[in-house]
Design a binder for this molecule. Sequence first.
Ligand code: GLC
Ligand code: CA
Length: 555
Amino acid sequence: MKRTWWKEAVIYQIYPRSFMDSNGDGIGDLKGITSRLDYLKYLGIDVIWLSPVYQSPNDDNGYDISDYQAIMEEFGTMEDFDEMLDAAHKRGIRIVMDLVVNHTSDEHRWFMESRSGKDNPYRDYYIWREGKDAETPPNNWGSCFGGSAWQYDETTAMYYLHLFSKKQPDLNWDNPDVRKKVFDMMTWWCDKGIDGFRMDVISLISKTKEMPDGKINGFYGDYGPYCVHGPNVHRYLQEMNEKVLSKYDIMTVGETPGVTPGLAKQYAGEDTHELNMVFQFEHVDTAGKYGKWTDEKMPLKKLKDIMSRWQTELYGEAWNSLFWDNHDQPRAVSRFGDDRPQYRDAAAKMLATCLHMMQGTPYVYQGEELGMTNYPFQSPADFRDIESINAYREWCESGKAAHEDFWPCMLFISRDNARTPVQWDDSKNAGFTSGTPWIPVNPNYTEINAKAETADPDSVFHYYKKLIALRKQNPIIVYGKYEPLLKDSEELFVYTRILGGEKLFVACNFTDKEASLSLPEEFIGSDRLISNVENDYSRREIILKPYEAFALLKK
Ligand code: GLC
Ligand code: CA
């Protein structure tokens, strides 16, 4: 297995809108990020993944880009960007940009040209089709954010495809000019000195030419078989690799909805010349009665099966990205752990142990290192996220779901849970802004905040700091071979890692009850690397406390 810097790195995701506001307008910005780089350096992370900072009308908080080479005014200027990049590099922190090229904003110049006439040179930059008739779109596909995936456009009396909101028209990757423009833009950013790309829904860029109705799934037809891992996706990524990626010492991670371990070996194989790693979503997949909307925790056995399968199947062939949450997911401790005040701290540390001791590159989502929790939304009017707002409308206002049934699902799953401001201290607005925050601050900021946690050696923050440092000191944590133990346990997540003559033992109690464990003979007397409570690990029979986690290293 090749050893590389991005396999050894820990990545921290910044959602700029909610990270730190420097000028009191209630919106996080680039100067705000620069002002907190020392905090990130202290935490020990190596790379920042920056969610989109490009010019955007913000229909989907920056994931709808109207100019790839300009900075969103609310976030600052290109000078602010250069300053931030430089300040990060001075601290040895790399910056990976979000690359959103499955679609643009409908306010992007290419789209405005494209929609203006059938003969416009940009017409074929997007995906236009005739409707079945004046009222019926070309097919039954639904968009990820509700409604049809087709929008009728009066100027030319045709429909354009948008897998996300109607303000996010899909680019036509089969057009070589589109690919060239995208690759040139990427080259421009690489020449500026950025350190890589996180590629938004990159598994969706290639669509089949035939666009038949999909199987009805909820309200609309499923575009999956025709747009996910489409016919040319690997060819286009190889072309991107040849024309851009291979020329720089950068890292790439693909957001690849629908990916399986088999496909990941192609997208991110050691020798396939596409990407370095991918995000898989099986462990956060919640498909159920209301589509993705659920209020149920995934059973531990299922979670372990998924994580273990990825660990085992990619070993030596491709590289895992490890994450519990991001800006599209609820807060990890609320979802996989327990955010009741008496358990929150232990549960957050337990989840961190479980993930950071696995093989792959760990991602920390802003605030996760503080154990930030889901937000106590009071009413549907509290949501800012286009997906949550549309889903509520589609399910409840249409009468397809009762408010009482759907509401707990929104509380549990909504992306806005992750988007409330980072809690810096216990002053007004958690120190995020001196103005009015664009989205409310979680009221628990008086207890959960960076100032208190950096001052407390037993905090969740210091626990993350320690895990990150351990990964740097022990190659076994990065490269060791994974093996699951106690697969059938409904309480404990236990595994080992092996590298050369060393062996690592990791045990995590995912419940609010005590759980007993017989330590395998060979680990009795091993060194304790880390644990989230005090316990005696020198004995064979160990009773783990609620949400206890520990790791032992046998040399
Ligand atoms: C990705 C992003 C998400 C966005 C969507 C459309 O899934 O992570 O935030 O809404 O793509 O760009
Ligand atoms: Ca601001």
